[in-house]
Design a protein. Structure first.
Lengths: 83, 154, 154, 83
């Protein structure tokens, strides 16, 4: 699974991209976040308050209950501020 | 048409090719966003924005912008649509984004142009990092932008 | 700034000088109106508009356009305003009018730009004479234009 | 008094501008129109249906009861269609 971080989530995690193999029980975005928080203090800090975090699965917005699978691209980022 | 690029764009040149030769066009509405040199959110000595860096999500950006264009074309009778958005480091005064919509009459052109920028601001994966004398800070999303985008719901 | 002229204008060149060097500008909205080659009001063999002639009331035109600009500046925090309107004979595809408004944020720029063209369409003394294969005819005012202008009343 | 006609009012009247001296009783736009209608068949036709006619006195919109004086500029035209 390819996991991407943008903006301040990227700076807190300390990297923009990870290739990961989550355990079998990680079936949706929420479970993925819980698992990611255990990977490092930076991950824990990035996901400490999820109110300011958005997720995308395969480049489309996804809710916390959206399914994730081994070959998905999952991204986390704050609310967008372009334009 | 959508384009995501680091370089500047020339509004006049873009418009010269926009809906070119289409005799059904009676109205063209264009919006251009630029980097202000002062962000009201940052009062005080560090308030002057000297530059910003726009980060984006390559791939998803193009997909989302194409979806926004398609939705605009579905909602209004448009003869042409253009979205150009820059990323990377931009200085005060630099152009950031341009959106344009051409139609037979102005109501559709104005509404589509507003829709394009409203949805872009809330759905296209760009993030602004402002560089000020006090240091760098990620720009917070504005509640007002959500409210403006919500006009087009339902 | 307002301008009334027979010659064409270059949108890119106009925008290059628009609010030039003003670091408070974050949003610019531009509207361009062009001569369509088909007027839906004229179905049938004579429906193709080959050209039109725009008559105006010299003196009152400038006074009214200046008043419209002043009213826009009174209503919104604008950094710059531009109205350019042509008169005389115009061919299909030709530009007729351009209005632009620059502000710190896009809500003001969009609203002011719409206001400028809505009031211009109902208050500036211009009249269109369409030239078609069936002959010449004066364009009737649209009820819709009155309705769009009435949004800004009160 | 300078009286101007635009668009189809101009073509019906047959000219775009007249320098006139209305009689003393002509004190407002409505009275001026009544007097103008007697000047020619073209004038009468131009002002036959006033629903499609607008007036300006000294380059600002004016109602039918707006006063007019000897040195005023008064214009008549259909609803505007620029832009």
């Amino acid at each position: 699974m390819k996991v991407l971080y943008f903006a301040w989530l990227r700076t807190k995690v300390g990297r923009g991209e990870e290739d990961l193999v989550p355990p079998a029980g990680v079936g949706d975005v929420a479970a993925l976040v819980t698992w990611l928080k255990g990977r490092s203090a930076g991950h824990a800090e990035a996901f400490a308050d999820l109110r300011g975090v958005r997720a995308a699965v395969n480049q489309d917005y996804a809710g916390w209950d959206h399914a994730v699978a081994a070959d998905d691209e999952v991204a986390f980022f704050p609310p967008v501020t372009g334009g | 048409m959508i384009r995501v690029q680091t370089g500047d764009f020339d509004v006049g040149a873009e418009l010269a090719g926009f809906a070119a030769g289409n005799g059904r066009v009676g109205a063209t509405c264009v919006f251009v966003g630029t980097v202000r040199d002062y962000a009201a959110e940052h009062a005080g000595p560090g308030g002057w924005v000297t530059a910003m860096t726009l980060e984006h999500y390559p791939g998803m950006t193009e997909t989302r912008l194409a979806a926004i264009e398609a939705e605009a074309r579905r909602r209004w009778p448009l003869e042409d649509v253009l979205i150009v958005h820059r990323y990377g480091r931009l200085e005060a005064g630099d152009r950031i984004v341009m959106v344009a919509a051409a139609s037979g009459h102005r109501e559709a052109a104005f509404q589509a142009c507003q829709f394009l920028i409203d949805w872009l601001k809330t759905k296209a994966p760009f993030w602004k990092l402002e560089h000020t004398a006090d240091g760098d800070s990620w720009v917070d999303a504005r509640d007002l932008d959500d409210a403006l985008a919500a006009r087009w719901d339902g």
